[in-house]
Design a protein around this ligand. Structure first.
Ligand SMILES: NC(=[NH2+])NCCC[C@H](N)C(=O)O
Length: 597
């Protein structure tokens, strides 16, 4: 089905035409009407003010001239347009245009959201925990934000390559593997088959034990330290036995990650887990190419890239170290190789990295190096989507009392427990299994929404009380709005009032219906702006406003007890489209909308 033209774009087009007609000889003057939603009328256009200023004209006069050229009245999209204030235009659209646009949206499975005209190939690097380590709140942000972006981009028709650049390589593996060769029983499952209820937790505790014991030996025993170092060399050289043990450690970690992802209700495909180790074979060549092209040079034995504008506090240059003086490759060599792979081999034209803001300098240097080397050419965009820190209630980075990072799994379990309380209190007749199912949807939704509704660059406080609250900007509020609509639709259907495809366009909508309808019409614009800015919080904000408009509508406009059959039909139609939009929007954020709450 053809894309549905939103009311804003229909109005915008008519205003732009009128402006062009008033200023025929002024082709060079950009005449954006600067349309936005308004409380005074349906829309307000502010663009004439700036234009009049540039032309040295009186804005109200110019506005009056434009108004004369705007087609308005019977049979037109715009029913009235007026000059207001210093030269704004207040615009009201016709009821017919409003309802028929919505009817078109409702008739479309995609709710009128078009596919991108020129979809590209985006490689997105997100959810990249580290093997043999815990997942903490930072990994929550990367996972949740990345997952939402993937869903939204794909919904608009973009080809998306997911990359989970997990930390599965490096010197610490020498220590872990060496310890395993000397204590082969260390990762034994003790008779259990693994993968069971607490398979994930059990795997993590075995890894923790392995980590602690090998670390202790590494720090106290010089001989072991030597053997661990030699083991790193065997690992990089691809020694069979060493690789087998490395795989055991990675697999064990994957069992744990999988358990966290399941709880988090996020799908991660095995094939997309392409960790640091995957680029091992490219590292030599990456360094050779950088050195040959002169992009990198040897400095104090290390292979470095220098930048004029990147200096330390004492004014000395801070280089990107691609290969250390001891010959070991760093994090940067891997990221540079990954760029060559993602652009050169996989054909990505956009590279996104959903990574902690603390790695900003690393990515700045890596991107600049890749540009100099020609691996990132003009047609490729590379963006570090930096996210802020999750804070505790004290406003400091979220830590346990012992000063350790808080385990993600503990937070998620606590969120589900809190949600169970809320769910059971709301409906005491629920069975235990029903409470458990809803609590998972509510609790995990709450954690995801709290993250996604905050602008990603900002820090936020992890406050479960606020997150699972029924009031305010929370996912529970949105889920309740959805469930309430479902209950209205069920009651309507029970008495024979089902949702009809077309509303009655001759009925004059109440103000609350108008506001809801106009907002429903903004869904595709919202998604477009998320794909342009990579800011999922715009969708969260849209959905929250949608639920608020619905709440007002529901308070002011009886649905099943409306005055006329036609009004009942129109309102059921609005309810249904609101529910479908909420459901779609929440799904794109990775949040469930249970039919009953
Ligand atoms: N391509 C990348 N460097 N991605 C980010 C990896 C994040 C890293 N594993 C961490 O936990 O901090």
């Amino acid at each position: 089905m053809a894309a549905v033209q939103s009311l804003a774009s229909l109005v915008d087009q008519r205003l732009a035409d009128a402006l062009a007609a008033v200023l025929p000889e002024r082709e060079g003057v950009a005449a954006d009407p600067l349309l936005r939603r308004s409380d005074r009328a349906d829309f307000q256009a502010n663009g004439i003010l700036a234009l009049a200023k540039r032309l040295g004209r009186n804005p109200r006069e110019l506005a009056a001239e434009v108004v004369k050229r705007v087609p308005a009245g019977d049979g037109e999209v715009i029913s009235s347009v007026e000059v207001s204030g210093p030269g704004f235009l207040n615009i009201t659209v016709s009821d017919e245009a409003l309802l028929s646009t919505l009817a078109e949206r409702a008739a479309d499975d995609r709710l009128g959201v078009p596919f991108a005209q020129r979809p590209g190939v985006t490689a997105i690097d997100y959810s990249q925990p580290n093997v043999a380590k815990e997942m903490h709140v930072g990994h929550l942000r990367s996972t949740v934000i990345g997952d939402a972006l993937v869903k939204i981009l794909e919904h608009r028709g973009e080809k998306v390559i997911r990359r989970h650049h997990i930390g599965d390589w490096g010197t610490q593996f020498g220590m872990l593997i060496q310890y395993l060769t000397e204590h082969p029983q260390e990762l034994d499952h003790g008779g259990e088959t693994g993968g069971g209820e607490d398979g994930g937790e059990a795997a993590m505790s075995r890894l923790n034990r392995l980590y602690k014991s090998s670390r202790a030996l590494f720090d106290s025993d010089e001989g072991f330290k030597e053997r661990a170092r030699a083991r790193v060399v065997s690992l990089q050289a691809g020694d069979r036995e060493t690789l087998d043990l490395w795989h055991r450690i990675v697999d064990e970690s994957m069992i744990y990650f999988r358990a966290v992802y399941d709880l988090l209700d996020v799908e991660i495909e095995e094939a997309d887990v392409v960790g640091e180790s995957a680029y091992n074979d490219m590292l030599d060549e990456t360094c050779r190419l950088l050195e040959e092209s002169g992009v990198a040079e040897i400095s104090q034995g290390a292979l470095c890239v220098f930048f004029d504008d990147i200096k330390g506090q004492d004014g000395s240059p801070v280089p990107l170290i691609v290969r250390k003086a001891d010959g070991g490759y760093g994090y940067a060599a891997t990221d540079l190789s990954a760029i060559r792979d993602r652009v050169g081999t996989l054909g990505a034209d956009t590279l996104l990295y959903v990574v902690d803001a603390r790695q900003a300098l690393h990515f700045r240097m890596v991107f600049e190096t890749a540009r100099r080397a020609g691996w990132l050419h003009d047609e490729v965009r590379a963006v570090h989507l930096q996210f802020g820190t999750v804070l505790g209630k004290d406003g400091k980075p979220f830590k346990t009392r012992a000063g350790e990072s808080v385990r993600l799994i503990d937070l998620l379990e606590e969120a589900v427990r809190r949600a169970a309380g809320v769910v059971a209190e709301k409906d005491p007749k629920l069975t235990e299994a029903e409470v458990a199912e809803r609590a998972a949807q509510v609790g995990i939704g709450a954690v995801k929404y709290a993250d996604l509704s905050t602008s990603m660059s900002r820090d936020y406080v992890f406050d479960l009380d606020r997150m699972v609250s029924l009031n305010g900007d929370t996912s529970v509020y949105l889920q309740y709005a959805y469930a309430r609509i479902q209950s209205i639709l069920r009651k309507g259907a029970d008495r024979g009032d089902s949702v009809r495809p077309l509303a009655h366009p001759s009925l004059t909508p109440e103000p609350a219906e108008r506001a809801l309808a106009l907002h429903l019409d903004e869904f595709d614009q919202t998604l477009r702006s998320v794909t342009e800015t990579y800011e999922p919080h715009r969708l969260a904000a849209y959905l929250y406003t949608l639920a608020s408009h619905f709440t007002t509508f529901y308070d002011q406009c009886p649905v099943l007890t409306a005055d006329s059959e036609a009004a009942v039909q129109n309102r059921l139609f609005l309810c249904d489209l609101t529910a479908r939009t909420l459901h779609r929007g929440m799904a794109l954020l990775g949040i469930r909308t249970p039919a009953r709450l």
